[in-house]
Design a protein around this ligand. Structure first.
Ligand code: DGL
Length: 284
């Protein structure tokens, strides 16, 4: 029992809940790389659906089901917000995830579209992404919300993802494939190009050589800046003490994980936790 003369215990500040991030695979670590920098006092739970990657060639219906399962998994980890790091999910399932999530959700398309509209002087903007992202027209719609007169030239680049996952970031074969895809932009005089896929920032050097002077938009960086801005006025909660800042979960333990994760994230991380998918969804 507390005596009257004893000072009341100060209410302890609750610890800050982690931010959840998901992607079709480990490509979303290119987004986490920027999140770690923009939100230095936060911790992150990352889910890469490596058992079912790639999402980029799948139907909208399938991507929606997968996205909902990824969201449910992160919610079981008591996340305060969810980052949809995958462009394909952001393009075809953003409304679906936002309607179902009890916590705020941010995708990568809106922040990148806003940035593209802001930096393009000529108003002619290129967009590259997976087949599903380009077919959805989500970038054009989002860019037009910021600048109605912009001309958008889009190109799906489905071979870029496997090239990056092979570690072929700057090889003659990569340049050849990139030349074929990016040739659509040359006669169009684009001044800005949105790298609308988790993997494409790793091809920056090849793309820059083929499109010199074109402003490249990295959606991971734009999203991290936007999320930090949105969270700046949240109630103060203590940063978790001495906590590991990044917890990585995958649905399949690829033997290439460590090498790829280091490439995408820019630093080495330990072995990820492997979680299973059954008919109820992704088990926590
Ligand atoms: N993460 C996907 C994206 O950003 C690329 C890989 C895939 O097709 O699943 O669109």
């Amino acid at each position: 029992m507390m005596h009257k003369s004893e000072p009341a215990l100060a209410p302890s500040t609750p610890h800050r809940r982690p931010i959840g991030v998901f992607d079709s695979g480990i490509g979303g670590l290119t987004v986490v790389r920027h999140l770690l920098e923009a939100l230095p006092d936060d911790s992150f739970v990352y889910l890469g659906d490596t058992a079912r990657v790639p999402y980029g060639n799948r139907s909208r219906e399938t991507v929606r089901v997968y996205a909902e399962q990824c969201m449910d998994f992160l919610l079981q980890h008591d996340v305060q917000a969810i980052v949809v790091a995958c462009n394909t999910v952001s393009a075809v399932a953003m409304d679906h995830v936002m309607q179902r999530s009890p916590v705020p959700v941010i995708g990568v398309i809106e922040p990148a579209a806003a940035q593209a509209a802001a930096v393009s002087a000529a108003g002619v903007i290129g967009v590259i992404g997976t087949r599903a992202t380009i077919a959805s027209d989500a970038y054009a719609t989002a860019i037009h919300r910021h600048t109605a007169t912009a001309r958008i030239v889009s190109q799906a680049c489905p071979l870029f993802v496997p090239l990056v996952e092979e570690g072929w970031l700057d090889t003659p074969a990569t340049t050849l494939v990139a030349e074929a895809y990016l040739s659509v932009f040359r006669p169009e005089d684009i001044d800005t190009l949105v790298l609308g896929c988790t993997h494409y920032p790793l091809l920056t050097s090849v793309i820059e050589k083929l499109l010199p002077g074109v402003h490249l938009i990295d959606c991971g960086s734009c999203t991290a800046v936007e999320l930090a801005h949105q969270l700046q006025n949240r109630p103060s909660e203590a940063a978790p003490p001495n906590e590991q800042r990044l917890h990585v979960y995958v649905t399949d333990p690829s033997p290439l994980f460590s090498e790829l994760a280091a490439t995408f994230l820019g630093m080495r991380i330990g072995t990820p936790h492997v979680v299973t998918i059954d008919h109820h969804g992704i088990a926590s």
